[in-house]
Design a protein. Structure first.
Length: 128
């Protein structure tokens, strides 16, 4: 009978040890899965931020290109429509942003000012 009780205690101890081992394995697997999920989430967030940064950079490049094209367009239009010497033209682009700061100052006569305003009205709605 003592031997049987000892065997039952050993089996119970072995079963408890096995349950603890299984629980430890499951907890380790859960921690690993949580860590991998957090790493995947961080990687996805970083990728999204990188894409947003690239999109902002491209938008900035597109904006700069638009400003350069816009400025060249206006310079061409001023040259085509004004028979004034360059010295008679007022400041075309004070802040070097590619947009005429004061369209009325580009031409000296009222007729030319009206023509300049008509040119400036074809922009994309930006305040010039």
């Amino acid at each position: 009978r003592l031997e049987q009780e000892r065997l039952e205690r050993e089996r119970a101890e072995a079963a408890r040890a096995e349950r603890e081992r299984q629980q430890a394995i499951e907890e380790a697997q859960a921690r690993k899965a949580a860590r991998e999920a957090a790493e995947a989430e961080a990687a996805a967030r970083e990728a999204k931020e990188r894409e947003e940064d690239e999109a902002r950079a491209k938008a900035g490049d597109a904006e700069a290109a638009w400003r350069r094209d816009h400025k060249r367009h206006w310079e061409r239009r001023v040259a085509e429509t004004a028979d004034l010497p360059v010295g008679e033209l007022d400041t075309f682009d004070d802040d070097d942003e590619g947009i005429v700061d004061n369209p009325d100052a580009v031409f000296s006569s009222p007729a030319r000012q009206h023509h300049a305003s008509a040119i400036f009205d074809v922009t994309d709605g930006r305040e010039t």
